[in-house]
Design a protein around this ligand. Structure first.
Ligand code: APR
Ligand code: PHB
Length: 394
């Protein structure tokens, strides 16, 4: 088999890249370890920056996000028992975010890929990458007991944090930066109306809570829990009880509870691997970086990586220019580190840290108080939340 770009991983990074390349007439094959149904069963965040919406549009898959997504102009910060609104729309000169689940983005991309008749190999095992330091890279995998090989011009490693792509790079050529937080998020998805029109980020003495949503009838809620906590320790009733305790009285009153459709615990981590290009192998999305979910930057960073990568590959094929390819890593990392900083800062501001005690809580409350009263501080939050621009210069 031969293709121009072999894409490892059918998460949002791999599928969006495949679609952007296809739109530009660049042939690609996606190789995914899991089944399509498994990929769609993963529940992830659901806040899309305008930049992500623009890329979905460029890929021709934004119709449903526009029709069913919920444009949000603000968020609420809850601390010391009271909610305060940050008007992102006003503070950023008219920007907004779109609340639309990552699962739905993935479904739209899968449907578009199938409709265009593009090839995706699901349930591929023993995926391995070869010769990406030369001019003729290859990807090998086993499907139904048969070994296959793809010859290609480039490999895009879009296979997430646990993927094979980053692991295929010689250890001496890559530097990894990591911070692990001493807590996780217990998430619940339920078919109940959201407690509020906008997202509520809550700092409480019992720990962080987040009220989010997928639609007017489906809610997504999270609670900060200790790292060692297990989902088996929780029941729906315990979850709703603890969430109610972390809300203000008016929200508590409005909270509608119901059976969970999904309940899981995700650890919180900041991680960056540098660089993101090794000869003809490019890393994109979670394969290269992880942010803690506070601020929902994960999917948006994956999208901007893929925006840069598709641009670079289009430049290579159309203009025979290596400029985009050569600058790929530096352009991505400049945006990634800013999102890493923002996600780390927002996480640090909103969570209970076991080691900082009451002093830490007081400092957080002082910063939150400053944040809601200072236009400079709230503008900084707003411009990061709606997404910093993609810069195409070097
Ligand atoms: N071979 C082939 N595919 C693989 C391999 C492998 N060895 N290892 C992992 N994969 C697949 C996974 O099964 C998964 O479907 O790669 C895909 C990676 O998808 P994601 O983990 O969703 O990563 P990405 O597409 O970069 O999306 C980033 O997803 O994890 C969230 O917060 C993150 O929202 C962000 C977004
Ligand atoms: C979500 O809806 O899952 C979500 C929203 C905002 C976040 C994180 C997760 O900051």
């Amino acid at each position: 088999m031969r293709t121009q770009v072999a894409i490892i991983g059918a998460g949002p990074s791999g599928l969006l890249l495949g679609q952007l390349l296809h739109k530009a007439g660049i042939d690609n094959i996606v190789v995914e370890r899991q089944s399509g149904d498994y990929v769609l069963s993963r529940i992830r965040a659901g806040v899309l920056e305008q930049i992500t919406m623009d890329l979905l549009e460029q890929a021709g898959v934004a119709q449903r996000a526009h029709a069913e997504g919920l444009p949000h102009h603000g968020i609420e910060l809850l601390f010391k028992g009271e909610r305060h609104r940050i008007d992102m729309h006003k503070l950023t000169g008219g920007k907004q975010v779109m609340v639309y689940g990552q699962t739905e983005v993935t479904r739209d991309l899968m449907d578009a890929r199938a409709a265009a008749g593009l090839s995706t190999v699901y349930e591929a095992s023993q995926v391995s990458l070869h010769d990406f330091d030369g001019t003729q890279p290859r990807v090998r995998y086993v499907k139904d007991g048969v070994t296959h090989e793809i010859e290609c011009d480039f490999i895009a490693g879009c296979d997430g944090y646990h993927g094979v792509s980053r692991a295929s790079v010689p250890a001496g050529s890559i530097h990894e930066y990591e911070k692990v937080y001493p807590f996780g998020w217990l998430g619940v998805l339920a078919d109940v109306p959201p407690v509020s029109e906008e997202l509520i980020y809550a700092n409480t003495s019992r720990g962080f809570a987040l009220c989010s949503m997928r639609s007017h009838t489906r809610s997504r809620y999270y609670l900060q829990v200790p790292s060692e906590d297990k989902v088996e320790n929780w029941t729906d009733a315990l979850f709703w009880e603890e969430l109610a305790r972390r809300l203000d009285p008016a929200a508590r009153e409005r909270l509608v509870t119901g059976p969970s459709l999904e309940m899981s615990i995700a650890p919180l981590r900041s991680f960056v691997a540098e660089p993101m290009r090794f000869g003809r192998l490019f890393l994109a999305g979670d394969a290269a970086h992880i942010v803690p979910p506070t601020g929902a930057k994960g999917l948006n960073l994956a999208a901007s990586d893929v925006g840069y990568l598709s641009g670079a590959l289009i430049e290579h094929y159309r203009e025979h220019s290596a400029a985009g390819i050569d600058h790929y890593s530096a352009r991505c990392l400049s945006r990634i580190w800013k999102a890493e900083r923002f996600s780390w800062w927002f996480t640090s501001l909103m969570h209970r840290f076991p080691e900082t005690g009451e002093f830490g809580q007081k400092i957080q409350e002082a910063e939150l108080d400053y944040l809601i009263h200072s236009e400079a501080a709230s503008t900084s939050l707003a411009e990061n939340y709606v997404g910093l621009p993609m810069v195409h210069s070097n």
